[in-house]
Design a binder for this molecule. Structure first.
Ligand code: MTE
Length: 315
């Protein structure tokens, strides 16, 4: 094989860069290349980098003063079937999940559909801490300081039309990062929905953090909903799509077991789950059970949303 050697070129003295300048130029190029590489990531990550402190305001008007569940429990006893069905699976198996960069598609019955970076969605709002009770349908509960913004103020920016009667949410589908999605426990992706007035209610929180920091993967990073008066499964995690719909959207647990899980799923001690009572709950960490409260204790704020409805029928 013939290998051509480049013609040797004898540099003129004027072409020779002094070593100090050469080094500085090299350093400059190295730093510029690095910042070019980092720029998009930094833009995406912004204040939502994993582990970052993010509380900008504490909203005591919406917070319970009950004792908070320790972070260790709230981040190690989870339901996130995308990572497995055991409570310890999400913490153990979510290490490969990449929550950033993240974008959310917003579409359906609205004037301003589009796909937006997480930062763009959060940007104009103050991140509030709100301490809410979370009541799981499995009859346990926790008290968690969430960090987020009212979902309603985000939804308004997309200008929903008169046809928008419901809001549908979809979780990301990434079986290569979410090992639970390799098994068909439920039909992936996980989907949930709220009636428009429930989604717009000031208690409904679009959540990016807990305990003062960006959400851990196992709790729904980087973006989830928290609806404190409903059973925990309505609080869908790792959301990639928000769609305004005219018809009631399908929801994962209702599709799987319609007799056991309704669309509304308001916490209701008077309506038993077909396989167990909902009268009492165990606060994680407590020994004794406590009474479950109507609407998980948020009746004063939300009961009027359901006036005239038979909550036994529409469970
Ligand atoms: N969202 C998705 N995508 N997948 C899930 O399996 N589990 C739900 C809800 N959101 C779930 C989900 C259930 S049953 C509960 S109780 C809460 O998340 C638990 O939230 P936490 O793990 O942050 O306490």
């Amino acid at each position: 094989m013939l290998i051509r050697s480049p013609r040797c070129h004898e540099p003129k003295p004027s072409e020779i860069t002094p070593e100090s300048l050469f080094r500085r130029r090299r350093e400059f190029l190295r730093v510029s290349a690095a910042s070019l590489l980092l720029a998009p990531a930094a833009l995406h990550a912004g204040r939502l980098e994993p582990g970052r402190e993010i509380v900008e305001e504490k909203n005591s008007a919406f917070s319970t003063s009950e004792e908070q569940t320790p972070f260790d429990k709230a981040s190690r006893y989870n339901n996130f079937y995308e990572f497995g069905t055991h409570k310890s699976d999400p913490e153990r198996l979510s290490g490969d999940f990449q929550p950033l960069p993240w974008s959310v598609q917003v579409d359906g019955a609205c004037m301003k559909p589009g796909t937006h970076d997480l930062e763009d969605i959060i940007q104009p709002h103050k991140l509030e801490e709100r301490i809410y009770r979370l009541r799981c349908v499995e009859a346990w509960s926790m008290v968690i300081p969430w960090v987020g913004i009212p979902l309603g103020s985000v939804l308004s920016r997309f200008e929903p039309t008169g046809n928008a009667k419901y809001v549908a949410f979809t979780t990301v589908y990434r079986p290569e990062q979410m090992p639970g999605q390799k098994r068909s426990v439920i039909n992936w992706p996980y989907v949930e929905g709220l009636r428009m007035d429930e989604a717009m209610h000031p208690l409904t929180l679009l959540t990016v953090g807990m305990y003062g920091r960006v959400l851990p993967n196992q709790n729904g990073a980087p973006l989830r909903v928290v609806v404190p008066w409903k059973y925990g499964f309505k609080s869908i995690k790792s959301i990639v799509r928000i769609q305004f719909t005219e018809r009631r959207p399908p929801t994962s647990w209702n599709l799987k077991a319609p007799r056991e899980y309704g669309f509304y799923s308001n916490v209701n001690p008077d309506v038993d789950h077909p396989r167990w009572s909902q009268r009492k709950e165990r606060r994680i960490g407590d020994f004794f059970k406590r009474e479950t409260l109507q609407f998980n204790g948020y009746a004063e704020q939300v009961a009027q949303l359901y006036t005239g409805m038979d909550l036994r029928e529409q469970f």
